[in-house]
Design a protein around this ligand. Structure first.
Ligand SMILES: C[S@@+](CC[C@H](N)C(=O)[O-])C[C@H]1O[C@@H](n2cnc3c(N)ncnc32)[C@H](O)[C@@H]1O
Length: 251
């Protein structure tokens, strides 16, 4: 399983390259509120990255949120946000969480569970830190990249890399089930990623996406040229939407 380096270039471009409109972030905070038990216990944001969901989750749920993030570059950007006092950051990996047992009402795992090399260890750690009845919310593009990802028509090498090099939902489901959790919901959520084609081109140029980061520079350049032509001839209009999976597992 390849690891994407989230410390160097990716940390520098992530916020601009993966920016979501406020209404899209609000849509996700609302989805978390619908699926997480309201016990007042904290929520764990696993692989919190630059922290784009930390404050929105804490505010929507009205509970403390602990962001766990192993990459120093990503964590530094999260810490540089004006975070509410209800948000804290921990340097750790999902495979070994320095957190007490049965402490969390839920885990928010946004675009992260396809990364860890040792999914089984992560799943056991998530189960350990969850309170009884707690939930793991897995957000990502896990079903069929070619149908879900608006860049798929232009970057076939990235679609192939996404299929073969990252864990997919059946792998994640199996690991969580072995750790004692079960799937209780699987939603398809359409989200706006860019309101204009200029924004879509600018964010794509940053390669702030793991599937674009792992292909060759030549493959990226050819794909970007195909995308630019599609924008020019109107076959790639705005707004640009994509379909995400939200899989909910209960302890
Ligand atoms: C695509 S980013 C997602 C960041 C954030 N969740 C979001 O949605 O914006 C993936 C994040 O997972 C983190 N990550 C990778 N492997 C991890 C692991 N084993 N445990 C915890 N986080 C990990 C990376 O450092 C990176 O910040």
């Amino acid at each position: 399983m390849p690891q994407v380096d989230y410390d160097g270039r990716m940390a520098a471009v992530y916020d601009r390259g993966r920016h979501l409109p406020d209404h899209t972030v609000a849509l996700w905070a609302d989805a978390a509120r619908r699926h997480l038990p309201s016990t007042g216990q904290p929520v764990l944001d696993l692989g919190a990255g630059t922290g784009r969901f930390l404050a929105p989750l804490s505010m929507a749920l009205g509970v403390p949120v602990v962001g766990v993030e192993p990459a120093e570059g990503m964590r530094a950007r999260a810490a540089a946000r004006r975070l509410p006092k209800t948000v804290s950051l921990v340097a750790a990996r999902a495979e070994s969480l320095p957190l007490g047992a049965a402490r969390f009402a839920g885990v928010w795992a946004s675009q992260v569970l396809h990364h860890p090399a040792e999914l089984g260890r992560c799943a056991h750690e998530l189960r350990r830190v969850l309170a009884p009845g707690g939930r793991v919310l897995v957000r990502g593009m896990y079903d069929e990249l070619a149908l879900q990802w608006p860049l798929a028509p232009y970057f076939p090498e990235a679609v192939a890399a996404g299929r073969t090099r990252f864990a997919r939902l059946p792998d994640i489901t199996a690991a969580l089930e072995r750790a004692g959790m079960h799937l209780v919901a699987h939603e398809k959520v359409e989200q706006v990623v860019a309101e204009t084609t200029d924004d879509f081109l600018a964010r794509t140029a940053l390669r702030a996406d793991s599937a674009l980061a792992v292909i060759s520079d030549d493959a990226f350049a050819a794909g970007f040229e195909r995308l630019r032509r599609a924008v020019d001839d109107g076959s790639r209009p705005a707004p640009v939407c994509e379909v995400m999976d939200l899989a909910v597992f209960s302890a």
